[in-house]
Design a binder for this molecule. Sequence first.
Ligand SMILES: [Zn+2]
Length: 83
Amino acid sequence: MPHEPQSDPAAPTLHPLGQLEALAYGWLAEPELSGVQAHVAGCPSCQEFLADAEAIRSRLALLESDEPKIDILERVLRQIESN
Ligand SMILES: [Zn+2]
C-alpha cells in the first residue's frame, strides 16, 4: 500500500469537533477562535459539521422563542374566555 500524503495540507487529521460546537454557539474565544476558523476554512468535513451544529442551534432557538408565543396565546384565550 503506497504511503500517500494528505491531499489537502490545510486539513489535518485531527478535527476540533468540540470546538466547532462551541463556535456554532458563539462560545469560542481567542486564540482558539482564529485557529478553529482557519481549520474550518480548509476542511470540508468540518464545514459540514459546523453547518449541522448551526442548524441544530437555530432549531433550538426557534423552540426557545416559541415559549413566549404560547404564553401570549394562552393569555389571549383566557381574555376571550373571561369576556
Ligand atoms: Zn476538520
